[in-house]
Design a protein around this ligand. Structure first.
Ligand code: UGA
Length: 439
């Protein structure tokens, strides 16, 4: 919304939310999320044509177009628990819109939703007797965290789905015109509403599938003398495959991949497509396996006991350049290490507040230190969880000197110079490559 306000000064964009402290943060100098470049855009547009407010009814009454971006977490109860999307916030919002809208309105689905959610939305909105007409559009968001502003400014594509009725097509066109203020027309694609909803789930499933594919091969590399970086480079040079999203890692995280795939799996099961469901569920299973494998490798390397050992995590965010820790592999790894009675020191440039919340109530010794030198001081091992650039640049000689020997490094992102670390004296355990040890 900030990008629309920035690119289109002729429109007034108002963001409403039920959470007053959240809105207060958006109106303050310290925004509630860290995203490179976002502060600048908000500062340029706020109180010009971008407004943050808790006046939801007023916002609905005044709007010609309403973008609904409420969260749709995985259901934790009832039918489809652990898989289907929890649509209660969506439904509440639809009912609020229905009660307060005073004129015809376009409703845009921005949240990622199961296929056919627009149908439910339409039914709720058309269930009242008054003459207001609503058109529902699906306009999934494809930005990735950490590069959100870049992705919004220069998107690969903008996808807009609608009903193919005269009024649906008119509404779709209105939204095309908004994006056309800065996105080249050929990158704005339109489709029927169900294709649009499904495309979002499928895009995320394909991206996550690539990571699980390379991660599954990393396990095989560790058993043979193959090297995952060499394998992925060779594979990626086939122009049909390409080189993106082939970095082996401790596992993918983030609020979207797991949730969206499980959603897809649930949909397939619902429609009786058991084999298709199992196929996609495999992507999530390999991701869980990769995280479990990482801890087991640590345990085996450190002589089958972690009890009382001090382990420093470099990074806690689910990826670099964000403070977001949702579904971060670091959460699972921390829990397992505490279970093994290790002592944890967690370091991250932006995610420590979230890390504290994620690990709240965990019974064990955990400290949180931003500075990586201070964090790794006196530790037995470092485990790289997040590919922050800053971890590549550290003085590892200095770090080695301050650590308990034998000092171990488990590089869960394959971002460090492993030969150099080995020369310094570390015992080095990358992902999908032979370890280098001094014993
Ligand atoms: C993902 C998609 O990339 C976006 O296109 C989509 O819009 C978004 O979900 C969403 O549905 O909202 P995001 O979760 O922000 O974006 O971040 P990604 O860059 O996709 O990274 C996801 C996870 O995969 C991270 O933990 C990352 O470290 C990991 N990853 C990524 C790997 O382990 N290896 C890779 O090669 C690439």
């Amino acid at each position: 919304m900030a990008m629309i306000a920035y690119k289109c000064p002729q429109y007034k964009v108002t963001l409403v939310d039920i959470n007053p402290s959240r809105i207060a943060q958006w109106n303050s100098d310290v925004l509630p999320i860290y995203e490179p470049g976002l502060d600048e855009i908000v500062k340029k547009t706020r109180d010009r044509n971008l407004f943050f407010s808790i006046e939801i009814e007023k916002g609905i009454k005044e709007a010609d177009i309403i973008f609904v971006s409420v969260n749709t977490p995985t259901k934790t109860f009832g039918a489809g628990a652990g898989m289907a999307a929890d649509l209660q916030y969506w439904e509440k919002t639809a009912r609020q819109i229905q009660s307060h809208a005073e004129s015809n309105c376009i409703i845009v689905e921005k949240s990622t939703l199961p296929v056919k959610t627009a149908l439910a939305m339409e039914r709720i909105l058309t269930s009242n007797a008054n003459a207001i007409h609503f058109d529902i559009l699906s306009n999934p968001e494809f930005l990735a965290e950490g590069t959100a502003i870049e992705n919004l400014e220069n998107p690969d594509r903008v996808l807009i789905g609608s009903r193919e009725t005269p009024s649906g097509l008119r509404a779709r066109n209105d939204l095309v015109e908004i994006y056309a203020n800065w996105v080249p027309r050929k990158r704005i694609i339109t489709s029927n509403i169900w294709s649009s909803e499904l495309s979002k789930l499928v895009a995320n499933a394909f991206l996550a599938q690539r990571i699980s594919s390379i991660n599954s091969i990393s396990a095989l590399c560790e058993k043979t003398e193959a090297n995952i970086t060499e394998v992925s480079t060779a594979v990626a040079m086939d122009s049909r495959i390409g080189d993106k999203f082939l970095n082996a890692s401790v596992g993918f995280g983030g609020s979207c991949f797991k949730k969206d795939i499980l959603n897809l799996v649930y949909l397939c099961r619902y429609y009786g497509l058991q084999e298709v469901a199992d196929y996609w569920e495999g992507v999530v299973k390999i991701n869980d396996y990769q995280k479990e494998r990482f801890v087991l490798n640590m345990l085996t390397a450190m002589f089958n006991t972690l009890a009382g050992k001090k382990i420093c995590l470099f990074g806690f965010a689910f990826k670099a350049d964000t403070g977001d820790t949702r579904e971060s592999p670091a959460i699972f790894i921390s829990r397992q290490l505490i279970e093994e009675k290790a002592e944890l020191v967690i370091s991250d440039p932006k995610a420590l507040d979230n890390a504290k919340k994620d690990l709240e109530g965990l019974n064990g010794k955990i400290s949180y230190i931003v500075d990586p030198y201070e964090a790794s001081y006196g530790c037995d091992a470092i485990a790289v969880m997040t590919e922050w650039e800053t971890y590549r640049q550290l003085d590892y000689k200095k770090i080695f000197k301050s650590m308990t020997k034998l000092a171990f490094i488990f590089d869960g992102r394959n971002i460090l110079d492993h030969d150099k670390l080995f020369e310094i004296g570390f015992n080095v355990f990358p992902i999908g490559k032979p370890p280098q040890t001094h014993f």
